[in-house]
Design a binder for this molecule. Structure first.
Ligand code: GTP
Length: 417
């Protein structure tokens, strides 16, 4: 038992051995069943210049034609002059697990002569999705919250083989605190292996230099070696050099694969020796989709929410903590109550002292008055006594009384003998 556990607000933990099977070991299965029934939501954003293979890669990733065959682009003069935001939603199912997938496309990004503000509509879109989530959370009835927040942003880097462009850096700098960034070298089949390696090094150096945070596969304490090795291997491939193709082609040795055919051979999408597509899919879908959702909710959205509420003047006080911690709330109430009692006691003491002082002053005043009256009466009596003694002496000595005095004496009934 923890000493003073009750007062410290800590519940004591006693380890007990079970006598038989109780059943809570089945909790993970319950969670599994429930989440399968509810289905999952995932929103991915794709950003990159036109023609870098964004739609092809999304179709390749989810093995479906999410993006329909596109119309050829209109002439430059007829295209919109700003970055547009378009969403495509699809319900896909695999082995009974339903996923509502939304892909947010950003046509026009990086396609203008001046691309200085290309990131702005994208940041605004991501924030408006946070806004919508916050608004739903604050509703009276919030049982049906739709999560439209962007859980991952695939940023397509042009396969120049040089280093990041100013536009790439600016975009990542503006977005990395609001979304899980996953940088991708597009159309990596246009670069040789050495060029890819060097390009990756330069990109990572730029990212580190600008303190840009990109999503990393997390590892936790007590994780098994296999999981740690997998996370490390995925991390070693960032930025993913990918090749996209939703076409099935035949390799020279007769295999049917998803890939791109060249005069010198076939580039296979799902072959780890040809590109990092498999590792990207592992990161985005197979192993870390839930981590991406969780990081968006627990870190990115939470930080944005705190900032937003503070900027709206909602003070970050401890009320939230108190709400979830009854011991802290009780402690605070007790302190407040004690302070109130102490204040009341001090006030009562002050009033009592004041009353005593007033009473003392009154008593002193009446004492002085009494003393003055007593003195006055005593003086008058002394004077009267002296007068009478004087008269007595005169009478005894036979001297006549003064007329004035005799009238007084007469009045008082004294007669001459
Ligand atoms: P916008 O819709 O204009 O933004 O283009 P996008 O980025 O969606 O590109 P899209 O997927 O439409 O691909 C453009 C062209 O690039 C198509 O002809 C694709 O076949 C080709 N392409 C797509 N992925 C790759 C790739 O990995 N390597 C090569 N070499 N070509 C690719």
């Amino acid at each position: 038992l923890v000493p003073n556990a009750q007062t410290a607000g800590i519940s004591s933990v006693i380890r007990k051995k079970l006598m038989g099977y109780v059943g809570f070991a089945n909790l993970p299965n319950q969670v599994h069943r429930k989440s399968v029934r509810k289905g999952f939501q995932f929103t991915a954003m794709v950003v990159g210049e036109s023609g870098l293979g964004k739609s092809t890669l999304i179709n390749t990733l989810f093995n479906t034609t999410l993006y329909p065959q596109k119309e050829p682009l209109p002439p430059a003069a007829e295209r919109p002059k700003t970055v547009a935001i378009e969403s495509i939603g699809a319900d896909i199912e695999e082995n009974g697990v339903r996923l509502h997938l939304t892909v947010v496309d950003t046509p026009g990004f990086g396609d203008f002569v001046n691309n200085d503000d290309s990131w702005k509509p994208i940041v605004e879109n991501i924030e408006s999705r946070f806004d919508s989530y916050l608004e739903q959370e604050n509703r009276v009835n919030r049982t049906k919250i739709v999560d439209n927040r962007v859980h991952a942003c695939l940023y397509f880097i042009q396969p120049t083989g040089h280093s990041l462009k100013q536009l790439d850096i600016e975009f990542m700098r503006r977005l990395h605190t609001k979304v899980n960034l996953i940088p991708i070298i597009a159309k990596s089949d246009t670069l040789t292996d050495e060029e890819v390696t060097e390009f990756k090094e330069r990109i990572l150096a730029d990212i580190a230099h600008h303190n840009i945070h990109i999503f990393q596969a997390p590892t936790y304490e007590n994780e098994d070696e296999e999981t740690i090795a997998e996370a490390e291997e995925i991390a070693s491939k960032i930025p993913f050099a990918v090749v996209g193709s939703d076409k099935i082609v035949v390799t020279p040795d007769g295999r049917e694969v998803r890939g791109r055919v060249y005069p010198w051979g076939v580039v296979e999408v799902d072959n780890e020796e040809h590109c990092d597509f498999v590792k990207l899919r592992q990161m985005l879908v197979r192993t870390y989709m839930e981590e991406l959702r969780e990081y968006t909710n627990d870190v990115l959205y939470e930080n944005w929410r705190t900032e937003k509420l503070l900027s709206m003047g909602v003070a970050q006080d401890s009320s939230v903590f108190k709400e979830i911690n009854p011991a802290a709330r009780l402690q605070e109430e007790r302190v407040l109550h004690e302070a109130k009692l102490a204040k009341m006691e001090a006030e009562m003491k002050m009033v009592f002292q004041q009353k005593v002082q007033e009473k003392e002053a009154k008593l002193k005043q009446s004492e002085e008055e009494l003393y003055a009256r007593h003195k006055e009466m005593k003086d008058a009596l002394d004077k009267q006594r002296l007068d009478l003694e004087d008269k007595k002496r005169k009478i005894e000595s036979g001297r006549p009384l003064t007329p004035e005095k005799s009238s007084t004496t007469r009045k008082k009934g004294f007669l001459r003998t």
